[in-house]
Structures are given as structure tokens and as C-alpha cells.
Design a protein around this ligand. Structure first.
Ligand code: UD1
Length: 417
């Protein structure tokens, strides 16, 4: 099994190009199932989750051509409606094929996503909302058997809780439903706006009618489309924190800074120097980091997907900081590993107290999920000595060319078998 070796304590300097967003690509790939024509996508990140989603689409009959960061999907012969456990178990976003398959065929059998280390992550909100569009479903032996006997019918749906995936599944399904759907209490993550823009460009009738509400009038079919995926805001945030934690000096390129203004404001508040240009953020780290209290929240709040990374930086603050994880119930697995590197973090339920003034020391470490893995790299980059990070397949799910990008800016990092 592959591992990463990191020799720490040198400052990162230079520039990093941010890739296309994994979390925007996945729902857009699922939405491509609505089409019977060709879909051309640019800026697709080459990460494992994209491979898993393209394998899932192939198993459903899509013809996929992926070259570098360009993807062509031909759904003219797509005819299968069965998403197997083996493909959905490793990636929860597999459930996003349910909405489009129901919209297109009126029935589907999709595996429930497997258990996930960061929490139970049920799909009840997806299923409740789909039932309001006329879907009947039962769950048998880990599979959702769903049918829409009269086809999907538009309706008014208020999500009981903000869910990124459920909002995406419903937007996609409602795009081909009969009549009009009003979705309220929607997630408004930038990736959802990217999905909506993709669907509008392909001929769907979707309008934002309030900050968290959408009006979707179903269309009969969607047209050929060429679309470029937005930048990965979590990757951008991770490298901004990498600069801060190593007291480095990085230009983060190919971004739209206003999309991540919450993160930028927090980094400024705790003492890093940030200059913003149109598609670039220049960050200069500071030895003195100020403590802060952070809680994760739905967009435009601070993202749960950057919680593990900011925790590493707060270990360097002048005093104790607190972090409250309000999205997932079990997302502190990185804490035990960071403590093995010298951090002093204690948790109680969804709250963490992070002591400051920590000098990390290299160690042998175990990655537990995608963002936890990258937080260990950040700690290793600032630690004295060598760290070895095991189980990096988690990391490969979502970071394109991470060693290459870090090496280019001066990190001592290598992959070993
Ligand atoms: C997406 C992102 C993930 C990010 C998360 C929150 C993708 C592929 N993944 O995940 O990186 O961390 O948003 O920003 O875009 N919930 C339910 N029932 C449901 C659905 C969700 O109880 O049917 C709960 C979840 O357990 C969680 C919360 O709602 O506690 C938010 O989850 P959700 O927004 O749905 O996250 P994902 O779409 O899975």
C-alpha cells in the first residue's frame, strides 16, 4: 500500500494552480444522465472519486472518453437503471444517480451508500423529497428500489435540513419532471450554483427565486452542452492554510476569491497577509497566529471540509482556540493523529479545544478520511523531522497531483510503495 513521506519544517514558496472542483464535477456527471446526447466537460480533476463516478456511469451504459482534464460523455445508448453496491460503497455521491435515473426512466435500483467514517450520513432527506415528486420507494437488502408510476411530477418541497447532496439530487430530478417544482431551504454551496449553471446552459428552466429557493420548470430533454467546471474551493483553502502553517509565501492561481471570502477573512483575522487579484490569492504566512473560535456551517459559513486543515494552523496560535463541528457528528478522527505529533487537542462531542504554541514533531501516521489525510500532510510540512502517512488512498479521492504541486513550491514529499 502506498504511503507518503514528508520531511518538514521548510517554508513553501511559489505558485499553485488550483484544479477543477471534485464536488462540482460529481453532481454534473450525474446530471449528464438526463441527456441523450453528448456532454463535453472541461477542468475535470483527475482524482479517484471522478474515476469511481465515471465507472458508475459506464455501468449504466454511458460511453466515457476522459483525456487529461476533458471528459466527453455520450449517453445516446445509456439504458441501465441499476447502480451496484460495489460502485456506490466507496463514494456517497453515487446516490446522485438516483434523481436523474428516475427522471429519465421512471424507475431505478440504487445501492445505499456505504457507512462512512465521518458520520452515519443517511439519505432520508433525498428520499423524502423525491417521494414528493411522486416517487414510491422501498429499501431491501441495502438497495433503494424506486419507481415513479406516473413519472415525476413537480411539487413544492421544503428540505427539513440543509443538505448539499439532497439539493443536488432534487434539482436534477425536477429538471425533467412534469410541471413546476419549488425547492426551499436549499443548500447554496458554490458547487450547487455550478450544477444549476450547467443545467441552465443545457436548456433547463431553473431560477433562483430567493437566497435558498429555486423554481424549476421541467423540460422534455436537454441539449448538447460544453461546460467548464468551477475551481476546487476546498483545494484552494487547503493550500492557503499550507502557506500559513509553514509561514510561506504562495500565489494560489485559477480561483475566484469572492467564492471563499469566509475563509480568506478568517485567515486575515488570525494574522496572515493576503492580497487578492482577479483570479489569484497571494498569501504570506506569519509566525504570530492569533487564536480564534470557529464553527463549521453550510455555505457561506466555514466549510466542514476545511475543519481538519484549519485545526493544524490553530495549533500554532498564541492561545487556545475552539472548533465546533456542526455538520458531521464524527469528524475529529484526525485529532488523535495530530496529538501523536505533539498537538494538544481535546474533544467533547462536536467541540474541540485546540491548544496553541505547538511545535509538531514528525511521526508515523494513519489517514482516516479525505480531509483528515490532508491535515496530516499540513502538520507534517511544519513538523521537525520525517513523517510517514499511511492509507493515502483517502487522499487520492480528492486532491489532484498533490505531491507534484507541493514539491514545486519547496515541500519535501514523496510517495513510496
Ligand atoms: C457534501 C460534500 C462533502 C461536504 C458536505 C457538507 C460532495 C460530493 N460532498 O456531502 O464534501 O462535507 O456536502 O458540506 O459534494 N444528512 C441527513 N440525511 C440526508 C442527507 C444528509 O441527515 O439525507 C445529514 C448528513 O449526515 C450531514 C448533513 O446532513 O450531517 C449534511 O450533509 P450533506 O450536505 O448532505 O453532505 P453530502 O452531500 O453528503
Amino acid at each position: 500500500m502506498q504511503k507518503l513521506e514528508v520531511f518538514g519544517a521548510n517554508k513553501l514558496k511559489g505558485q499553485i494552480e488550483i484544479s477543477g472542483s471534485k464536488n462540482a464535477s460529481l453532481p454534473i456527471l450525474a446530471a449528464s444522465l438526463l441527456s441523450n446526447k453528448k456532454v463535453y466537460l472541461n477542468n475535470i480533476p483527475r482524482v479517484k472519486d471522478i474515476e469511481t463516478m465515471t465507472s458508475l456511469l459506464k455501468s449504466l451504459g454511458s460511453i466515457i472518453n476522459l483525456k487529461n482534464n476533458k471528459l466527453i460523455i455520450d449517453n445516446s445508448k445509456q439504458n441501465k437503471k441499476f447502480a451496484s453496491y460495489s460502485l456506490v460503497k466507496t463514494m456517497r455521491a453515487g446516490i446522485l444517480v438516483l434523481g436523474p435515473l428516475l427522471a429519465k426512466f421512471g424507475n431505478a435500483k440504487v445501492s445505499l451508500p456505504g457507512g462512512c467514517a465521518i458520520g452515519t450520513r443517511p439519505v432520508d432527506i433525498h428520499l423524502n423529497a423525491l417521494s414528493k415528486l411522486g416517487v414510491k420507494y422501498k429499501i431491501v437488502q441495502g438497495y433503494v428500489y424506486a419507481t415513479a408510476p406516473k413519472g415525476l411530477m413537480g411539487n413544492k418541497i421544503r428540505f427539513s435540513k440543509i443538505s448539499v447532496g439532497a439539493t443536488e439530487n432534487l434539482i436534477i430530478a425536477a429538471s425533467l419532471a412534469k410541471g413546476t417544482t419549488i425547492l426551499s431551504n436549499c443548500a447554496i454551496e458554490p458547487e450547487i450554483k455550478d450544477l444549476v449553471n450547467f443545467l441552465i446552459k443545457s436548456g433547463c428552466n431553473i431560477k433562483w427565486i430567493a437566497q435558498r429557493s429555486l423554481k424549476i420548470t421541467g423540460v422534455k430533454e436537454i441539449s448538447n452542452i460544453s461546460y467548464s467546471i468551477m475551481f476546487d474551493r476546498i483545494e484552494a483553502g487547503t493550500y492557503l492554510i499550507a502557506a500559513a502553517v509553514t509561514e510561506g509565501n504562495l500565489k494560489i492561481k485559477n480561483v475566484i476569491p469572492k467564492v471563499i471570502k469566509t475563509e480568506i477573512n478568517i485567515l486575515k483575522k488570525i494574522g496572515t497577509k493576503i492580497n487578492i487579484k482577479k483570479n489569484e490569492i497571494h498569501i504570506i504566512g506569519n509566525k504570530k497566529i492569533k487564536s480564534i473560535n470557529i464553527k463549521t456551517a453550510a455555505y457561506p459559513g466555514f466549510p466542514t471540509d476545511l475543519q481538519a486543515q484549519i485545526m493544524v494552523l490553530l495549533c500554532k496560535a498564541n492561545k487556545e482556540s475552539t472548533i465546533k463541528e456542526d455538520i458531521f457528528e464524527n469528524r475529529f478522527m484526525h485529532v488523535a493523529e495530530l496529538n501523536r505529533m505533539g498537538a494538544k487537542i481535546s474533544t467533547s462531542g462536536n467541540k474541540a479545544k485546540v491548544n496553541g504554541n505547538i511545535d509538531f514533531a514528525g511521526a508515523e501516521l494513519m489517514a482516516t478520511d479525505l480531509r483528515a489525510s490532508v491535515s496530516l500532510i499540513l502538520a507534517a510540512l511544519t513538523a521537525k523531522g520525517k513523517s510517514v502517512i499511511n492509507r493515502i488512498y483517502h487522499l487520492d479521492r480528492g486532491y489532484e497531483n498533490i505531491e507534484k504541486k507541493l514539491k514545486k513550491v519547496g515541500a519535501k514529499i514523496r510517495r513510496v510503495n
